[in-house]
Write a protein that binds this ligand. Structure first.
Ligand SMILES: Nc1nc2c(c(=O)[nH]1)N[C@@H](CN(C=O)c1ccc(C(=O)N[C@@H](CCC(=O)O)C(=O)O)cc1)CN2
Length: 369
């Protein structure tokens, strides 16, 4: 019955991005809507996709179990890049390094996380970060501030963590409440502890040849790590990044370029987005529009990394919603040579890279090789 589950993305059957008031990820405990949208980019050229979102199931369940299955038959399916298991492998490696450091110099890496408000998705991500720290032996410190806190409240905690030598990484969970100036708050994090890699100096160094950033932002770093660990070569390849956010799209493009790919960025004002994407050997989709990238956008044999994590209504799911990527998985899996699923692709790598950056920071602070 797989054909019934995996409906054609280009069919007229529609599924809906969760409307504001009913989106459980955006509601506070009392049902008050905390934020307008989970995804931040609302490109005008992409709005038609929102209106005609097709029932492109996010749940690639039969395929995700087939770890690293290669296309063998006429109805070829891509190799599934299993982010969950690669992230686990990375956590195991970090664990070993954390113990080695503790045994050698008595230092345990520490990560401080500040969250403002009680957005459900952010609370989940912060909890997952704490659990991930515990699983590898990294100390975690958490500050949870009410939604109506001031910028000064947040900056005060950042300053304290800046001065605390047991803290090697500081992270402010995004998005922040709308009354806060994100730039001002992120700028308060000392660059040596900016494990999110959001400081403009880090991005500047990433953009310049011969410069090394102190930290690379976690999600794009996770995308590149997935390619490396899946033995997918980047050098000389044509790459297209869809989306140009400061956190993912832009740094992902810079990282691909540093790996000697020829990179194009496709965004809301790109007139021929599909055509450009179809020329790419590697596609990173980070636009925040569910199922936007269809099978006919993809060159046969291309590698597709899906960064999108979009909740769409699903009465059959116990949560009332399911997560779908920016890529129409059921179509693209038949065309690409490798693809990341959602969930279980890039998401788990974001947290694994955060742990990596925290370890790097602690090693650097204590001159430990
Ligand atoms: N300060 C930061 N804020 C935010 C970042 C960030 O890197 N730094 N990224 C995102 C949220 N995020 C981490 O903070 C994050 C998102 C998703 C996942 C993840 O593992 N997703 C799972 C699905 C989870 C689910 O079922 O709900 C998956 O894709 O498999 C991890 C981290 C915005 N804010």
């Amino acid at each position: 019955m797989a054909s019934m589950i995996f409906t054609d993305c280009s069919s007229s059957t529609t599924s809906r991005l969760l409307p504001l008031a009913r989106n459980p990820l955006l509601r506070g405990k009392d049902g008050v809507v905390l934020f307008r949208r989970l995804v931040t980019l609302t490109p005008p050229n992409f709005t038609s996709y929102r209106r005609t979102l097709t029932l492109c199931s996010s749940s690639p369940s039969p395929l995700t179990h087939v770890t690293a299955s290669l296309a063998t038959e006429a109805s070829a399916t891509a190799k599934i890049i299993d982010g969950k298991s690669i992230a686990k492998q990375i956590r195991d490696e970090i664990s070993v390094e954390v113990s080695r450091m503790k045994d050698a110099i008595g230092v345990v890496p520490g990560l401080a996380v500040i969250i403002v408000g009680d957005r459900k998705d952010s609370v989940t991500y912060v909890r997952n970060k704490r659990k991930a720290c515990e699983s590898v032996g990294i100390n975690s410190f958490e500050v949870r501030l009410p939604e109506d806190s001031t910028e000064q409240d947040v900056v005060k905690f950042i300053s304290d963590f800046n001065d605390d030598s047991s803290v090697h990484g500081i992270l402010v969970q995004l998005p922040l409440p709308s009354h806060m100036n994100e730039e001002k708050i992120l700028d308060a994090v000392r660059i040596e502890k900016d494990v999110d890699g959001f400081n403009p100096l880090n991005i500047g160094c990433l953009a310049m040849r011969g410069r090394e950033p102190m930290f690379v932002p976690c999600t794009p770093k996770g995308c590149i790590e997935l390619l490396h660990r899946s033995d997918i070569s980047i050098k000389g390849k044509k790459a297209v990044v869809i989306g140009r956010s400061n956190i993912v799209g832009m740094p992902a493009a810079l990282l691909l370029q540093n790996e000697n790919a020829t990179v194009s960025i496709v965004h809301s004002r790109t007139p021929n987005a599909e055509e450009l994407t179809r020329q790419a050997d590697i596609v990173i989709a980070a636009v925040g529009v569910p199922n936007m990238v269809k099978g006919n956008w993809i060159k046969p044999g291309a590698v597709v990394i899906d960064v999108g994590i979009n909740p769409v209504e699903d009465a059959k799911s116990s949560r009332g919603y399911r997560l779908v990527g920016d890529v129409c998985y059921e179509e693209v899996v038949k065309v690409a040579s490798a693809i990341t699923p959602v969930p279980g692709g890039v998401g788990p790598m974001t947290i694994a890279m955060l742990l990596t950056n925290t370890l790097i920071s602690a090693k650097r602070a204590h001159n430990f090789e």
